[in-house]
Design a protein around this ligand. Structure first.
Ligand SMILES: [Zn+2]
Length: 252
């Protein structure tokens, strides 16, 4: 699969800064009304991109697989957890492959599970070191570097290979994330289908939300270890739905 590490991430930051110089110039030359409108529009765009997981403005992201092979990329966030072993058994039983986006400190707490994921032929991605759910979107360059580098170090030590994929915490990004990803050779992976299975839900609700997007090239976002305890059952139902539609799982 094509690998999209952010290119010229500092240029992206520079253009963002330059846009604000442009706003000031407009305000100066054309008056406060167009100036204020441009200011609101540019800040609105940055805010929208921060909280919209599929936006490419602040940091490029894969949102689907290239081509139209009958293939789906299963991505499972937030492990390792008590669900990891049952999930691995289930994937094996269906001959399926997935990528696990792991949290560094959870990986250090359950190192054997990280090795088991790799031993069974699945992929590993970086999903931050401490999963700062409410603060991730407002972290500065230093804090982002610390979160991402610590997880990258742990996952490389445990799996033998540095991850190439990164998933933002709760899907948020900000203007400082692209340079950090570029430094670590990481590509941000978003998704094309999700069922909101990380929060309170029933398997029926989750499947109903995912199924419309279950088509060739889909990247499906799943979770493990959620408090509701349904994550393994949700994956079982999803694998069955994929088999009914002739879709295979795959990743590179
Ligand atoms: Zn997460």
């Amino acid at each position: 699969m094509q690998h999209h590490v952010p290119r010229r991430p500092l240029l992206r930051l520079g253009l963002l800064a330059l846009s604000q110089v442009g706003v000031l110039a407009l305000w100066w030359l054309a008056g406060f009304k167009p100036g204020l409108a441009a200011l609101a529009a540019s800040h609105g765009a940055v805010l929208w991109s921060t909280f919209n997981p599929r936006s490419q403005l602040l940091c490029p992201a894969l949102v689907r697989l290239p081509g139209d092979a009958p293939q789906v990329w299963l991505t499972i966030d937030d492990g390792p957890s008590e669900d990891t072993m049952p999930i691995l058994e289930l994937l094996d039983a269906h001959g399926a492959r997935a990528t696990f986006f792991l949290v560094g400190e959870r990986a250090r707490a359950r190192p054997a599970l990280v090795r088991e994921i790799v031993r069974r032929g699945h992929g590993i991605g970086n999903h931050s070191d401490s999963h700062p759910q409410t603060a991730f979107w407002r972290l500065g360059p230093g804090a982002l570097e610390a979160e991402i580098a610590a997880s990258q170090r742990t996952l490389e030590e445990l799996s033998g290979t540095a991850p190439r994929w990164f998933r933002s915490v709760v899907g948020h990004t900000n203007p400082f994330i692209a340079p950090v990803l570029a430094r670590h050779g990481l590509t941000r992976v978003a998704w094309s289908a999700r069922g909101f299975d990380g929060v309170r839900c029933t398997p029926d609700q989750v499947l109903a939300r995912i199924e419309p997007g279950l088509k060739p090239g889909a990247i499906v976002l799943l979770h493990e270890g959620a408090a509701h305890g349904h994550n393994v059952q949700i994956l079982r139902r999803l694998l069955e739905a994929m088999e009914r539609r002739g879709l295979k799982s795959g990743f590179s």
